[in-house]
Design a protein around this ligand. Structure first.
Ligand SMILES: Cc1cc2nc3c(=O)[nH]c(=O)nc-3n(C[C@H](O)[C@H](O)[C@H](O)COP(=O)(O)OP(=O)(O)OC[C@H]3O[C@@H](n4cnc5c(N)ncnc54)[C@H](O)[C@@H]3O)c2cc1C
Length: 478
C-alpha cells in the first residue's frame, strides 16, 4: 500500500511526539506513513529547550516534570536506552525532588510533602496543617476547601472557569492568605497570579497534587533540557526516516474541494516551497495556529500568551548552604523579582563545586521597568537584592558571572479567568488538519500535556487509516 504523507507543523514536544508515535506504529504495519516535520526555528524543542549563552546553559525558565502522566517520561527512558538517539550517553539524568517548597512575601519557606503512610487523599494533609504563616483556623479552612475542590468533577470545570482562583478559593472557604498560599503550592513553580488565573486550572492542580500518589513530588532535568528530549528524539526520528526541515516557516495551509490532499506553503532560507499531505498535524501555539486555519471560528482562537520571561543564571562567589533542600522555590510575582529560583549546583553535574549557581526565572518581565529588554546589570542587581533577602548568607557574596536568555516569543498559553474553557472542543478543524500542542489537551498544561497531545494527534491519523491506536495514559481529571 502506498504510504500516506503526514506533515507536522512545529517541532516542539507535541510535534516530535506525534511524529515518533506515527512512524513507530506505521512501521509495525509495513511503513504506512511518510512523515515530515516543518520547524520554523533552527532547532527543534520549541519552549522545552536550552541555550548555551557564553558557556552557561540557560533554559526557557525552569522545567520540571510533574510525574502525572508517563507519556514523556516513558519516551525519555526509550531514548536513553537507544545508542543512536543517545550516542554519547550524555542525556542528563532526572533529579527527584520530594515536595514543593513555597515561600511567602517575607521569604519564609515551607516544603509541602506527601506522608507515605497515609492513604493518597490524606497524604498531603499533615503538610497543609503545618504552614507556619497561617493561623490554625486558616490551616483547617485550607485543608477543607482543598478537599472540596479536589472532589469537583472535570465536567464542572467550565463553570469553575467563570471565577479566578482567588474567587473560587475564598468562595469555598479559604482565607485570602490561604488561597494565595495554596495557589503558590498548586502552581508550584509559577508566579502568584491568583487574582487572574482560571479557577478551573486551580481545581485541576488540586486534583493532581492531592489525589496522585506522587502529587507533591517532581523531577528536574539535571542538565541541558534540549539534550533530554528534543535532540535525542530528533536523532531518533531522522534514523527512522522522518524528514525534519528546520528554518521552515509555514505560511498557509489549504485544501481546495474536491482535492483530497492538503497543500502546505512554507518558506526556508532557500525560498518558498509547496508540498501536499494526506494528513496535517498543526502543533504550534494557538496564536500561530489561528493564522494558519483562518476558516475556523472557535473560542480558542482568542487565546493569548503569558507575559515575557527572562531567565538569568548566575554564579555566586560562595556556597549557599541554606538552599540544600530548597532546590526550587516558587515566589510571588508581586513580591519578588523572580518567580522561580533553582539552585542548579545542587543537582547539575556541570555546575557542581564550591560556588552556588542559581537560575532565576523572571516570569513577568512585563512588570519590570524595561520589560523584556530590561538592562542586564540593573536586572542582576535587583535579583541579587532579592537573593540577599531570601538567603541571608548571599549578602556577603558577589555575582561572579551572570548570563541571561530573553524570551518573548515561545511562551505558554495564559489560562486566566474565562480562558480555560476556550480549550478546543474539536481538534479536527477540517481540510485534513488536526490541532496538537499542550494547550489543546484536556487537563493542565506543560510538557506532559504536550506529549499527550502528540499521542492524541497520532491516534487521530491512525484511526483515520484504520490502524491500532497508540496507548497512552490520559490526564486523570475526568
Ligand atoms: C518559561 C517556561 C517555563 C516552563 N516550565 C514548565 C515546567 O516547569 N513544566 C512543564 O511541564 N512545562 C513547562 N513549560 C511549558 C512547556 O515548555 C510546554 O508545555 C511545552 O514545551 C509545549 O510544547 P508544544 O510542542 O505544545 O509547543 P511548543 O514548544 O511551543 O512548540 C511549537 C513549535 O512550533 C514551531 N512553530 C510555530 N509556528 C510555526 C510555523 N508557522 N511553521 C513552522 N513551525 C512553527 C515553534 O518554533 C515551536 O518549535 C514552560 C514553558 C516556559 C516558556
Amino acid at each position: 500500500m502506498k504510504p500516506k504523507d503526514v506533515v507536522i507543523i512545529g517541532g516542539g514536544i507535541s510535534g516530535l511526539t506525534a511524529a515518533y508515535q506515527l512512524v513507530k506504529r506505521g512501521r509495525e504495519h509495513g511503513g504506512r506513513f511518510r512523515v515530515r516535520v516543518l520547524e520554523a526555528e533552527s532547532e527543534t524543542g520549541g519552549q522545552a529547550r536550552a541555550f548555551n549563552v557564553n558557556g552557561f546553559i540557560v533554559e526557557h525558565g525552569s522545567h520540571v516534570f510533574f510525574n502525572y502522566y508517563r507519556t514523556i517520561l516513558g519516551m525519555i527512558d526509550e531514548l536513553r536506552a537507544d545508542d543512536d538517539a543517545n550516542p554519547t550517553s550524555k542525556m542528563p539524568g532526572l533529579s527527584r525532588v520530594p515536595g514543593w517548597t513555597i515561600c511567602d512575601p517575607y521569604g519564609r519557606r515551607v516544603t509541602l510533602k506527601q506522608s507515605p503512610n497515609l492513604p493518597v487523599v490524606l497524604a498531603t494533609l499533615p503538610s497543609m496543617l503545618q504552614i507556619p504563616w497561617l493561623t490554625y483556623w486558616e490551616r483547617i479552612r485550607l485543608a477543607w476547601a482543598a478537599f472540596k475542590l479536589m472532589e469537583t468533577p472535570f465536567s464542572e470545570y467550565k463553570e469553575l472557569d467563570k471565577q479566578s482562583s482567588f474567587e473560587l478559593g475564598t468562595g469555598l472557604g479559604y482565607s485570602d492568605v490561604g488561597a494565595m498560599t495554596w495557589n503558590a503550592a498548586s502552581l508550584g513553580l509559577t508566579n502568584l497570579f491568583v487574582q487572574e488565573q482560571s479557577g478551573a486550572l486551580f481545581a485541576g492542580k488540586h486534583r493532581l497534587l492531592i489525589n496522585q500518589p506522587d502529587g507533591l513530588a517532581y523531577q528536574l532535568p539535571a542538565g541541558d533540557l534540549s539534550e533530554l528530549f528534543a535532540r535525542p528524539m530528533t536523532r531518533k526520528l531522522e534514523r527512522l526516516g522522518v524528514q525534519i526541515t528546520l528554518n521552515a516557516l509555514v505560511k498557509s495551509i489549504d485544501r481546495e474541494v474536491p482535492a483530497k490532499r492538503t497543500r502546505i506553503d512554507f518558506t526556508t532560507p532557500e525560498g518558498a516551497e509547496s508540498i501536499e499531505a494526506d494528513h496535517v498535524i498543526l502543533a504550534s501555539s494557538p496564536w500561530v495556529a489561528k493564522t494558519l486555519v483562518p476558516w475556523v471560528t472557535a473560542p480558542w482562537t482568542e487565546l493569548q500568551p503569558v507575559s515575557p520571561v527572562i531567565t538569568v543564571v548566575l554564579r555566586l562567589s560562595g556556597k549557599v548552604k541554606q538552599s540544600a533542600d530548597d532546590r526550587e522555590l516558587g515566589c510571588s510575582r508581586e513580591h519578588w523579582s523572580f518567580s522561580v529560583v533553582t539552585d542548579l549546583s545542587q543537582f547539575w553535574p556541570d555546575f557542581a563545586g564550591d560556588k552556588t549557581v542559581i537560575r532565576c526565572e523572571v516570569g513577568h518581565a512585563d512588570m519590570l521597568a524595561g520589560g523584556v529588554d530590561a538592562d542586564k546589570d540593573a536586572l542582576v542587581a535587583e535579583i541579587k537584592r532579592d537573593l540577599d533577602r531570601l538567603f541571608p548568607e548571599v549578602v556577603g557574596m558577589t555575582v561572579e558571572k551572570a548570563e541571561l536568555h530573553r524570551e518573548g516569543k515561545h511562551l505558554y498559553t495564559k489560562w486566566s479567568k474565562g480562558q480555560f474553557s476556550k480549550k478546543p472542543e474539536d481538534r479536527d478543524v477540517g481540510k485534513g488538519v488536526f490541532l496538537a500542542g499542550d494547550w489543546t489537551s484536556k487537563g493542565t498544561i506543560g510538557m506532559e500535556a504536550a506529549a499527550n497531545s502528540g499521542f492524541e494527534a497520532a491516534n487521530h491519523v491512525l484511526a483515520a487509516e484504520k490502524l491500532p491506536l497508540a496507548e497512552y495514559q490520559d490526564v486523570p481529571l475526568i
